[in-house]
Design a protein around this ligand. Structure first.
Ligand SMILES: [Zn+2]
Length: 294
């Protein structure tokens, strides 16, 4: 993860997806209710209400409907991520700032992080000072895509609390995979359809080595997010040996030496990984088509 671009101040390293041009082009949400707070008032972080579901602390200025299944699901997300990836659970606290409206959220972000692009959510890791560890923070607002946005950003936070340096493509691929509700089993229907259409028409070519070379957030466009998701889905859901390659790779990333690209390791399982990926997408498409039939 780069993140030189993400250096907003000498002490701040914003990482994860959306900060600093991590160009994840999500749909613009529908208009949220208008915030009547006077413009001249300084934007502040939500702090009035808080509750904890370890390792997260949710902070807001409105009463969050805590009984919503979303919060149980986010607790399960923590277990799901660590269990499925065979990682030791992180203990670092993740502060989740939930703004009531998009307007308040944007006002705060513009004031605090003026160089950030407009996104619905951000994950930021901020060093506390020499040897002091990091503060892990997610910023977002209570909008229509809150479930998916929180699952995505919290996946970044959960990963980052146990692996300091997750390669950009893998960080996003895993966040895309786990942002989906558990019942979808990691299958993003839109990603399958759009990716296959691009490949079949010749407009897009999958290539793991190219994805692994991406270092700058602005090189990650929606197509790269889809492809990153597809590689993660292939590795976790096709051949047990491919899953082992990914899980071992994550263990290596926890060590001090970077393990290099994953592509050559995957070739030991799939001699032609790109062909295996396309076959996998085709079978997912067929599976989805069966589900769609009456
Ligand atoms: Zn992301």
């Amino acid at each position: 993860m780069i993140r030189t671009l993400l250096l907003l101040s000498p002490l701040l390293l914003a990482i994860g997806c959306h900060p600093l041009g991590f160009v994840r082009q999500r749909e613009k949400p529908a208009e949220e209710k208008i915030d009547r707070a006077p413009r001249e008032e300084a934007a502040t972080l939500p702090s009035r209400y808080s509750f904890r579901i370890a390792p997260y602390i949710f902070l807001s200025d409105f009463e969050i409907p805590r009984e919503q299944p979303l919060f149980d699901e986010l607790a399960q997300l923590r277990d799901q991520v660590y269990k499925e990836l065979l990682l030791p659970p992180g203990t670092a606290e993740v502060r989740v700032y939930l703004f009531e409206t998009r307007e308040r959220y944007e006002r705060y972000m513009k004031e605090r992080y003026p160089d950030l692009p407009e996104r619905r959510a951000f994950f930021v890791a901020q060093p506390r000072g020499v040897g002091g560890g990091e503060d892990l923070m997610v910023y977002t607002y209570w909008g229509k895509r809150i479930r998916q946005d929180l699952r995505h950003e919290l996946t970044h936070a959960l990963l980052h609390s146990v692996i300091r340096d997750v390669p950009l493509w893998l960080d996003e691929g895993l966040a895309e995979y786990f942002e989906l509700p558990p019942e979808s089993k990691g299958i993003n229907k839109m990603h399958v359809e759009v990716l296959r259409r691009g490949v079949v028409s010749g407009a897009y070519k999958v290539e793991l080595a190219r994805l692994e070379r991406l270092r700058q957030v602005d090189e990650m466009n929606p197509a790269e997010y889809r492809e990153a998701w597809a590689w993660v889905h292939l590795m976790l859901n096709s051949h047990p040996d491919a899953k082992t390659v990914l899980l071992s790779y994550l263990q290596q990333l926890r060590g001090t030496r970077h393990p290099g690209p994953i592509g050559p390791k995957l070739e030991k399982v799939f001699p032609d990984p790109e062909k295996s990926l396309l076959d996998h997408l085709e079978s997912l498409d067929a599976q989805l088509a069966r589900v769609r039939l009456p």
